[in-house]
Design a protein around this ligand. Structure first.
Ligand SMILES: Nc1ncnc2c1ncn2[C@@H]1O[C@H](COP(=O)(O)OP(=O)(O)OP(=O)(O)O)[C@@H](O)[C@H]1O
Length: 256
């Protein structure tokens, strides 16, 4: 499998009011084509900092990040806009849907920005809405949807421009157990059936058990790695995740 994303010796030191905090301490890993990679670790271990560096929301202090072999820090403003707009997709805990737009309009938003024709956009939306079971909420506003429906609309919005990788930060964090499970099953399906790449930060062992590989970080470096074994049950993988979490401390282990 080829390397989709390369994180090479990335260090991030925050300097707030002269008090330096090392959030990432020279972290290195690759995301391979077709992976659903989970990032876990205790609170303050650097997970969001890592995701924000990949999303170009913040700049690493040193080291480099490459997408499909290209260094994202070397992008000019045009390439950077294209990278943020359609090579990476985002899925966050708090949905971030626009309240005054319907589900369909929210999903349509990135397509309109990229100048997609209405007919093509409609076709893509119909397909993804069917897959995520949100067809009946497409004409509703976010306030008229359940949390799970909102998050699946947000997932559709992040998937529809077909980015090279989806960056998900605690996507199940605001969902009840059933909705969290549905979302994870759908994300796993999209990864396996449609070959979409996902990098997901989570505290939740259940959500992580849908990943193909998990990196555990502590103090800004990789502490451990787990790989889903072929023919392994999700429950067995979940148990292995819990064992590592017990060594690390922190995190939640609610059964989905
Ligand atoms: N803007 C900032 N300025 C200064 N320090 C920061 C800033 N953002 C994060 N930090 C510090 O960097 C470290 C890593 O934070 P980060 O948010 O990446 O951790 P995390 O693993 O995502 O935590 P959590 O699971 O609680 O969200 C922490 O010590 C945190 O206090």
């Amino acid at each position: 499998m080829s390397k989709l994303l390369q994180v090479d010796n990335v260090e991030k030191v925050y300097d707030s009011e002269g008090l330096p905090t090392q959030a990432l301490a020279g972290i290195s890993f690759d995301v391979l084509e077709g992976e659903f990679l989970g990032i876990m670790g205790p609170s303050g271990s650097g997970k969001t900092t890592l995701l924000n560096c990949i999303a170009t929301i913040i700049k690493p202090t040193s080291g480099q990040i490459l997408l499909e072999g290209e260094s994202i820090s070397a992008f000019n403003s045009k390439n950077l806009a294209a990278y943020r707009g359609n090579r990476i997709g985002y899925l966050f805990q708090d949905f971030e849907l626009l309240d005054n737009l319907t589900g369909r309009e929210n999903i349509m938003l990135p397509l309109s920005i990229h100048g997609e024709s209405v007919a093509t956009a409609e076709k893509k939306i119909t397909e993804i809405a069917n897959y995520l079971n949100i067809t009946d909420v497409l004409d509703k506003f976010p306030a008229q949807m359940s949390g799970g429906q909102k998050q699946r609309v947000a997932a559709a919005r992040s998937l529809v421009p077909e980015p090279a990788i989806i960056l998900a930060d605690e996507p199940t964090g605001a969902l009840d157990t059933r909705s969290a499970r549905t979302l994870m099953e759908k994300l796993k399906g999209i990864n396996e059936e449609k070959g979409r790449n996902i990098l997901m930060v989570t505290h939740d062992a259940n959500a992580a058990s849908f990943c193909s590989r998990i990196l555990f970080i502590q103090d800004g470096v990789i502490f451990h790695e787990l790989r889903y074994q072929e023919n392994e049950s999700r429950e067995a993988f979940y148990d292995r995740i819990l064992q590592v979490m017990a060594q690390l401390g922190g995190g939640s282990a609610n059964v989905l």
